[in-house]
Design a protein around this ligand. Structure first.
Ligand SMILES: [Mn+2]
Length: 339
């Protein structure tokens, strides 16, 4: 069977017929980058690179989209004049993808997108306005737990801290190897945070044991999860164009193993994911292609979760209509209240 190739669609897939089951949502957002720039063009570069990714997934045993409908949203670009107003715009853009029927995969853009996505996730039927039920699983070189960077509390360097501030219940992070004293103290003191440091999981002799504990941690999770993959969690050699590439990071297969462990946990429903800090590399497409391969693994793992009955749980206890009043009342409050 020949399938029409569509250049602007993720994986080059033909536009699906009927309502979408999964959506790739590119967010061209870059306002607080502190080192290398270019994250604004990353999402489109990732969509372009995805045309070269194999559709076949070994765990799925089939080609994507494996009977489901994948929708690729046009690239979103914020137009509001301030950072906080752009985050509000992003919440409005992301919210429809949290209707409980779709699995959204957001492509960033700097990691500063995360608190906006969490704000939007509140309207997911399985959370029904209570973000404390949500766990965030993060792969990253940076803890992203600063109270502010360069005076900006919504900097990409604060993404995890602001997500906890808007109400996320628990945070599990791995790959962490660049963080401040303030962040080290917060990791020690905040009971919601569990951190696996790269110096332990990547240790040449004992790394395997530490990595095993991370996988065990993922296996013990339950309830709704958002997976946030900052590609700088990978070793800098794999993603040299990302804003702040850091040596000593995760291997590609550790990222794949994390995704597979999370999506195959029978007690977890992964309601959404994002792959962020993608920057278009010019001499070779390695950075954006690596991001596209992991984004594809996320989609394949979601399809498998549906096939094995781990997605219907997301639609139980649906409270139709509850989201509209909740958000019209909340709109803008958290993100305009700067301390
Ligand atoms: Mn980050």
């Amino acid at each position: 069977m020949s399938v029409a190739f569509e250049a602007d669609q993720f994986l080059g897939l033909a536009r699906g017929k009927g309502p979408a089951d999964m959506a790739v949502v590119p967010l061209a957002y870059e306002l607080t980058t502190s080192y290398g720039t270019g994250a604004v063009d990353g999402p489109q570069a990732c969509v372009d690179a995805s045309a070269q990714v194999e559709l076949y997934d070994d765990r799925l045993g089939a080609d994507l989209p494996a009977g489901l409908v994948l929708h690729t949203e046009p690239v979103w670009e914020g137009s509001a004049p301030t950072l906080l107003a752009q985050l509000d715009e992003m919440v409005d853009h992301a919210r429809p993808f949290y209707n409980g029927r779709l699995f959204p995969l957001f492509l960033g853009g700097e990691h500063g997108i995360l608190p906006a996505l969490m704000q939007a996730a509140k309207s997911h039927p399985v959370l029904n306005g209570d973000l404390s039920r949500l766990t965030v699983v993060q792969l990253d070189a940076h803890a992203d737990l600063r109270s502010e960077l360069d005076g900006e509390p919504f900097s990409h360097a604060c993404a995890a801290a602001r997500s906890l501030d808007v109400g996320v219940g628990a945070l599990y992070q791995a790959g962490i190897r660049a963080y401040s004293q303030e962040e080290a103290r917060r990791i020690e003191s905040d009971k919601r945070i569990t951190t696996f440091f790269a110096k332990d999981t990547q240790h040449p002799h004992t790394g395997g044991e530490a990595w095993g504990r991370w996988l065990q941690c993922l296996a013990n999770l339950s309830g709704p999860v958002h997976f946030t993959l900052d590609i700088d969690g990978l070793d800098g050699a794999l993603v040299p164009a990302t804003g702040t590439p850091v040596p000593g990071g995760l291997s590609y297969w550790q990222a794949v193993e994390t995704i597979e462990a999370l999506f195959s946990n029978p007690n977890v429903v992964v309601i959404s994911a994002d792959v962020n800090e993608i920057v278009a590399q010019e001499d070779t497409p390695l950075t954006q292609f690596t991001a596209a391969c992991l984004a594809t693994k996320i989609l394949a793992s979601h399809v498998l979760a549906r096939q094995e009955g781990r997605w219907h749980a997301a639609n139980e206890n649906r409270a139709d209509g509850a989201q509209s009043t909740f958000f019209s009342a909340q709109k803008g409050v958290e993100f305009s209240a700067r301390s």
